[in-house]
Ligand binder design. Sequence first.
Ligand SMILES: C[S@@+](CC[C@H](N)C(=O)[O-])C[C@H]1O[C@@H](n2cnc3c(N)ncnc32)[C@H](O)[C@@H]1O
Length: 213
Amino acid sequence: MTDKHAHANPVRGRFNSWLLAKYEDDFHEEMGERKQQHIGALNGTVVEIGAGNGVNFRYYPPGVQLIVYEPNPWMHERLHQAARKHSLNCELRPVSAEQLDLPGESVDAVVCTLVLCTVEDPGQILREVRRVLKPGGKFFFLEHVAAPRGSGLRRVQDLLMRPWRWLFEGCHTNRETAALLEAAGFERVEMERFSSQKMPPVIVPVISGVAYR
Ligand SMILES: C[S@@+](CC[C@H](N)C(=O)[O-])C[C@H]1O[C@@H](n2cnc3c(N)ncnc32)[C@H](O)[C@@H]1O
C-alpha cells in the first residue's frame, strides 16, 4: 500500500508529536471526563484511528484488544511508550485509515479524537468505520470543527486554513465534520457541542459524542 505518511516531514512530524505531548495534560483536564466515560466503558476489539502519541491510552480498560492506525512515524516512539505505561494489549498498524485491513462487522468500537480534521478523506474514513463496526457497535468521536458559516470566527478559519494545514500536517480549521457525521448513515448519532478553553482560539468549536452502527 502506498501511504503519503511514509514520507512524512521529519521536522513538522517531530514538532507535531512534541506539541501534542505538551498539550496532553490540558486535554486531559478539559476532555478527560468525557473520554473516561466513553472509552473507559469499551470492551472487546477496539480500533483507534490516528492515535498520535497514544494520548487516549490511559482511558482504555484492561482487557481491551486495541488495534491502532497511526501512519505518522514521528508519533510512534511516544505511542509505544504510552502503550507500555498503561499495559495495553495494543497492535500498531502504521498506515492511513482510509482502507482498514479488517473484515466487515468485526470490531466492537472505534475511537477517533482530533483526527477527522486532518485526514484527507473524512467521508471515506466514516464509511470504513461503519463497515468494520458490528451492528450496534459504537464510534466515539471528539473533533474540533468549523464555526457557523457567516460568523467572524469562520472567516478567520477560512483565511488561516492553508498555512494551518501545512504546519499541522493536514489539519483543517474549518471542516464541517458534524454534517459529515450526520450524513454518514449511522443508525443514531448523539452529539454535543462545546467551546474549548484549551485549544488555540481559531479551533475552539468542538463536537463530541457517539455514533451507533
Ligand atoms: C491532531 S493529531 C491527533 C492525535 C490524537 N488522536 C489526539 O487526540 O491527540 C491527528 C493524528 O491523525 C493522524 N492521521 C492523519 N491522517 C491520517 C489517516 N489518513 N489515517 C489515520 N490517521 C491519520 C496523524 O498522523 C496524527 O497522529
